[in-house]
Design a protein around this ligand. Sequence first.
Ligand SMILES: [Zn+2]
Ligand SMILES: [Zn+2]
Length: 445
Amino acid sequence: MKTIVTALLASVALCASLPGPAHAEIDVAKLKSAIETSLDSDYPKLDALYKDIHAHPELAFQEVKTAAKLAADMRAIGFDVTEGVGKTGVVAIYRNGDGPTIMVRTELDALPMEEKTGLPYASHDKTNWNGRETFVAHSCGHDIHMASWAGTARMLLGLKDQWHGTLMFIAQPAEEIGAGARAMLTDGLFTRFPKPDFGFALHDGAFAYGNINYRVGIGSSNSDSLFVRFHGRGGHGAAPQLTIDPVMMAARFVVDVQSVISREKDPTEFGVVSIGAIHGGTAENIIPDDVTLLGTIRTFKPEVRVKMLAGIERTAKAVAAMADAPAPDIRLTEGAKAVMNDPGVVATAEKALKAAFGDKFRISPPGTPSEDYSEFVNAGVPSMFFNIGVYEPERVAAARNGSGPPLPSNHSPLFAPVPRPTIATGVTAMTLAVLSAFDQRANGN
Ligand SMILES: [Zn+2]
Ligand SMILES: [Zn+2]
């Protein structure tokens, strides 16, 4: 099977030659093997960068040291680097003649949680977050993205006779709080620097390394935050008739709000509401004055989103009215929008990635997490956002057939990508995707 595929690869050219000046077509098989050879010598540096960043993660808008490490790396290989874009963001530009500007984005931030992987390079760092001390961990794998980003930059410079144009490598802060992309745009990302013709980003996930998932159209969900505070009247737990019980209201809301999903929304459309925090009360025998709930609302389509937000608000008001309580405080805050993958960009990259990865490159359903990469898409950068796997294929198979434990997902304290094959796939796929976009434009398509 492998040899047949390799033979096919050798004949794959991304585009038919157009009349006019001779154009060097991309030979995916040749490029892939060139990338793999370079990775053999580049990988130790990427491994060191990855493990350093992994061991010393930083939270949203605090990524000062992380950004400095990436900036130094990019400067060392010849990029023109600007730091402090959108507070802690990095923009690295490399010009290589006339051609399109292509953006490659990584995130910089980690999560306020304790890592429990027991890895030799695990994070034990703590920081201050919202006035409280917390552990910090790269449990979403943004460190994998940074290493892949740095490796791709290096690779594209090594292959600079294969493309013409401008590379715009950006390292974005605060993805986890959905604020960093907007901060960079507000700080002039597309006015102080060239506005990219195309953009690419990747995210890792709990599936087998060496595999890449992608999709055309909707790639991730819309995210909205929910804050509801029910106001009651506090009093003695033994005399509830003298109180208005906000704990009861909160409990009712948590259950009733799910009927917005099951009864109001079209069952064939995606929509989720999850309550992640309930704060209220101090002691067993005191009915508190108020209770606060925090939650997240995820959807793919704008019309489903509008319907759900309306239903959630109505349910909260109805719960309070039912208890004869004052109207609750309700705040539904808009977060990241769904990432839309551009059909043209995907179609171009698809040819190269299919040729390079065969059936390990496949279409998957949209992911239910959210991503503020959508800010760049909505600012007018046609893009492709794809996912790479992180675990040993045998472990994934065992988890799937029940003979092994379930795989820790992103945001789990046990999330532990296998660095080398994961980063190698990230670098190879991203390099080929960028080259395919340069090539498509060079061919005048
Ligand atoms: Zn995350
Ligand atoms: Zn993430």
